[in-house]
Each structure stands twice: as C-alpha cells, then as structure tokens.
Design a binder for this molecule. Structure first.
Ligand SMILES: C[S@@+](CC[C@H](N)C(=O)[O-])C[C@H]1O[C@@H](n2cnc3c(N)ncnc32)[C@H](O)[C@@H]1O
Length: 278
C-alpha cells in the first residue's frame, strides 16, 4: 500500500531467520520455515550463530578495554543480549554506539531496546550498507559519533550478502572515510571447512530469494589487507581470542576447536586503519 513501509513480510528475511537461530522470538512463519530448512541442511547453524555473537562480544570488549569509546554496528540485526552497547558500556559507561540496519523490523526493535547508559548514547539509523556515504553523513551519526576520532566498526555476518564488487566497495569506502586508528572487525561465511554443508545453506537462502556469497580465506583477506591486522589474523570466529593474542590451546581444546571450524564456518578478522597511510 502506498505510503506504508515495505516490511518484507511476504518473504523470509536474513535478520529474522538469524534471530530464529539465536533462539529469539521475532520471526514470521516464512522466516521460521526458511530457518528450519537451513537447520535441516546444516544442523550446526545455531552453533555458528552463537559463536559469531561471541566473537563480536570479544571484539567489542577488546576495543573498549583498549580505549575505543565510539562504535558503529553495521547490519546490527534484531537486538540480542548482550548487544554491543551493553558490552562496551560495561567497560566504559560513556561509550557511544550507532546501530545500522536496512530492515524496518530491526529498526522497530532497535529503537525500543538499544537504549544505553545515561552517560553514553546510542542511535539507530535505518540505512542500506550499499550506500556507506549515506550512513557516514547521517545527522544521527554526527550527533552521536565524532568522526575525527577512532571508531570501532562491527561488520558481523553481513558482507556475505553482497557480491564481490559491492562487498569490497563497501569496505573500501569505510576505510577511506573512517579516521586513522579506527578498527574494522568482521565475520564472514565460508565454505572452506564444510563445502557441501555450506553450499546446501546457500541453496536454501537462494530458494528464498536471498543471495549468500561464501568466501575463502584468501577472498576474505582483502577486506583487511593493508590494515594493521590484529593477532591471530583471519581465523574461524571461535578462534579469535579475548585479547587478540593467539593462545596455544591444550590438546583436547585443539581437537574441539578443529571440530568447531566446520560447525562455525565463519571467518573473523580485525584490522586497524594505520595512522600514516591507508
Ligand atoms: C545475519 S544478520 C547479522 C546480525 C549481527 N551483525 C550479528 O552478526 O549478530 C545480518 C544483518 O545484516 C542486515 N543487512 C543485510 N543486508 C543489509 C544492507 N544492504 N544494509 C544494511 N543492513 C543489511 C540484515 O537486515 C541483518 O540484520
């Protein structure tokens, strides 16, 4: 109907399908149907989603402990605790967070739930990542973040919804526009550890009209090439540790982690925009 936002209720939506994997309640029948089909194709997807969230929490906490006090969560998804502002405001109650997503349903939940400390500040911008400039020049962003100082950017499980040209362009634009010292932390689906299982997931999404682009480690690397790559580099998300330093796991832990690589099937990496050149 004219004048009303398109809430996309006649098709499955990535945000709501993902919310189902996390045990959230914010889906419609089509989303649940698609999510159950994904679970049938790749039974570990809930483990993957949980480990993705856990990586994002470790990353945000690491940055907050390192003194970063402003954050931009791109493709933030339906709120799920702990949300980014909860993680970073626990370390620094004055931390500020801007959430961005293009799904109006995410927006409705985010505006209601993503409210932080009185000292800090949060904002939600409904915008499309294909136009990074519209996000970086949005008045709500300027009201909340100071783009002359480093920002911690989170790109959790979102870049694989874009084809190559778009995905690399989005990150290049962010790298050009964000101040030196800013961090780019991302997670990204890969077929490197379970080619058949992840291809089956891609097919389910495609059948529901959603394109997913799995990328190898070598294809994920260019997102952070030229940045100061934090240890341990680009690794399966559950292997990106608390303090950004590689920790040699014990024998039992090592085999468990290897088993998890295929279940998680997401790479994670964090790069820092250098002070001198980009
Ligand atoms: C799989 S969820 C990930 C949520 C969260 N970042 C996380 O990792 O837990 C992907 C999110 O990206 C959002 N998204 C997908 N395409 C987008 C676009 N073009 N612009 C903005 N957000 C987008 C979806 O609406 C969804 O909320």
């Amino acid at each position: 109907m004219d004048g009303l936002p398109d809430l996309g209720l006649n098709r499955a939506h990535t945000a709501r399908v993902y919310n189902y994997f996390l045990g959230g309640k914010d889906q419609y029948d089509l989303d649940k149907y698609a999510a159950e089909q994904v679970i049938a194709a790749f039974p570990h997807v809930r483990t993957a989603a949980r480990n993705n969230r856990a990586f994002l929490v470790r990353y945000a906490r690491y940055l907050a402990l390192s003194g970063v006090d402003q954050f931009l969560d791109l493709g933030c998804g339906i709120p799920h605790e702990p949300n980014l502002h909860q993680t970073v405001q626990e370390v620094n109650p004055g931390a500020r967070v801007v959430y961005v997503d293009n799904d109006p349903i995410v927006g409705a939940h985010a505006r209601a739930l993503l409210v932080g400390t009185p000292q800090g500040r949060t904002a939600f911008i409904e915008a499309d990542l294909t136009d990074p400039d519209s996000i970086l020049t949005a008045p709500a962003l300027a009201d909340t973040l100071d783009l002359t100082r480093p920002v911690g950017v989170s790109l959790g499980a979102v870049l694989h919804f874009f084809g190559d040209e778009r995905a690399y362009e989005i990150v290049a634009a962010l790298r050009r526009r964000l101040p030196p010292g800013s961090y780019l932390g991302l997670s990204h689906a890969t077929g490197d550890f379970d080619e058949a299982g992840t291809a089956a997931v891609v097919k389910v999404y495609r059948d529901h009209g959603i394109e997913v682009h799995l990328r190898t480690r070598d294809e994920v690397a260019p997102f952070v090439t030229g940045l100061e790559l934090l240890n341990p580099g680009i690794v399966p998300a559950h292997r990106w540790p608390d303090n950004g330093e590689e920790q040699p796991p014990g024998e039992g832990v090592a085999s468990l982690a290897a088993h998890l690589d295929a279940q998680v099937s997401l790479y994670a990496g964090v790069g820092r925009i250098p002070q001198v050149h980009r």
